[in-house]
Design a protein around this ligand. Structure first.
Ligand code: AMP
Ligand code: MG
Length: 407
């Protein structure tokens, strides 16, 4: 069995960004991945601006310190171009307005007394006070967002602040997905004896949607070799990745492994992790050609609901992000105190469903079975417990929050 770190390294080594880019409106670019650096064509702010409603003055004009009275020589609302400050005067100014040439400080209106034509300054400002200097945020010519950035709401705002109306991004990753298991029934249908609902379809589709993939869902494919092969062949045509769920173990009813071997190639893995031991990785030929460039990646997830969820967030997510062109794909973990004891060590790397309690420590979900999906809803994340390691209460453990795995 492969160690989890080695399995992840193998997957990421194979995942280079897909080719194909597009220019899209910045307003529609949330979660898309930049394929080129965004460079600012201007300073932000583009001029010196006032950070307060108040008066723009020249500090050397305050000859009576905090008792200086100055005539008000102009009024500068935001969005209007001022004239240079008349020496010995103050300019009424508002937040975001351009500081007039000659002024070197803003006195906030709460520290003034105004009679309309004149203003008494009741505070001695430092030069530069309440002025946001031109370029304080962004310098013209600087890279504000590097290629490989996955666009957050803040990043869209930053791009817009330098006037970008459109952004160059990688195209979306195309994923085909199907589910194996003759026991599977769709919600909405009556449950026959021996059947269960296809819960993984809902979990995995939502996980793929969150990553911004373009998904083709082939639904439930019968537990037969010919049906599995036919679906693989069709799915290979126009996708970057084929993702399957179930049927990758070693039973006679598990047809995914021989089907991929017949239609492409497979590096079948047993990963030393719990939950989720079987994870298959390989490729399916496109259109019967043999060249490696004419292949579609294949990942087969185990069928147990917690296993498929855990293997997706730990392996498929970083793989898909790399295909999408993202540089940084590792989730950031926290070091938190275990408020429980788990005396039995497992020889596999366990990913335990846990949640943060009011004391800032971690509680463990009592049933860690890979079939108990409730644990994934109850939990806030996964404890990454190394092989052969028992956990004592009070010990610091590595915790990967779901917020890092589901974004
Ligand atoms: P398999 O990986 O096909 O051997 O399935 C392992 C276990 O997961 C079995 O108990 C299956 O019934 C269950 N299972 C497989 N696929 C799904 C699915 N799509 N939704 C819920 N449970 C599933
Ligand atoms: Mg099955």
């Amino acid at each position: 069995m492969l160690a989890t770190a080695d399995a992840l390294a193998t997957l990421l080594a194979a995942a280079s960004p897909i080719s194909g880019t597009e220019s899209i409106p910045t307003l529609q670019a949330l979660n898309r991945v930049l394929c080129a650096d965004v460079t600012s064509p201007l300073d932000v702010p583009p001029m010196n601006t006032s950070a307060m409603d108040g008066y723009a003055i020249r500090t050397t004009d305050l000859t009576h310190g905090a008792h200086s009275t100055l005539p008000v020589s102009q009024r500068i609302p935001a969005g209007h171009a001022p004239t240079p400050l008349t020496p010995g005067s103050a300019a009424r100014i508002f937040t975001g307005a351009t500081v007039p040439a000659g002024a070197d400080a803003i006195v906030m209106q709460e520290q003034t007394a105004s009679t309309g034509d004149e203003v008494t300054i009741q505070h001695t400002p430092q030069p530069g006070e309440w002025i946001t200097a031109q370029g304080a945020d962004i310098r013209s010519g600087s890279v504000i967002l590097p290629a490989g950035t996955r666009l957050t709401p803040q990043a869209l705002g930053l791009a817009a602040s330098v006037g970008c109306a459109a952004l160059e991004v990688h195209r979306r990753v195309k994923v085909a997905v199907f589910f194996t298991g003759d026991e599977l029934t769709m919600p909405g249908e009556p449950l026959k004896p021996g059947a269960i609902y296809n819960s993984n379809r809902f979990t995995l589709r939502a996980l793929l949607d969150k990553l911004g993939c373009e998904v083709t869902d082939y639904g439930i494919v019968a537990d037969r070799l010919d049906a599995t092969r036919a679906t693989l062949r069709e799915a290979a045509q126009a996708h970057d990745l084929i993702l399957t769920c179930g049927g990758v173990s070693v039973g006679e009813e598990d047809h995914v492994k021989p089907a991929v071997e017949a239609e492409g190639r497979l590096s079948m893995w047993q990963i030393a992790m719990k939950p989720g031991k079987p994870l298959a990785f390989g490729a399916v030929r496109r259109g019967g050609t043999a060249s490696a460039s004419a292949e579609t990646f294949f990942i087969g997830l185990p069928g147990n609901p917690v296993s498929s969820f855990a293997t997706f967030v730990l392996f498929v997510r970083p793989f898909l992000l790399r295909l999408a062109g993202v540089q940084t794909v590792a989730p950031r973990a926290l070091s938190l105190r275990a408020d429980f004891t788990q005396s039995k060590a497992d020889r596999r790397n366990e990913f335990l469903r846990a949640r943060i309690n009011a004391q800032g420590g971690l509680d463990l979900f009592p049933n860690q079975s890979s079939a108990v999906l409730t644990s994934t809803v109850w939990g806030d994340g996964l404890i990454d417990n190394p092989p052969n390691h028992a956990i004592s209460a009070g010990e610091t453990v590595r915790f990967i929050p779901f917020s890092e795995l589901l974004n």
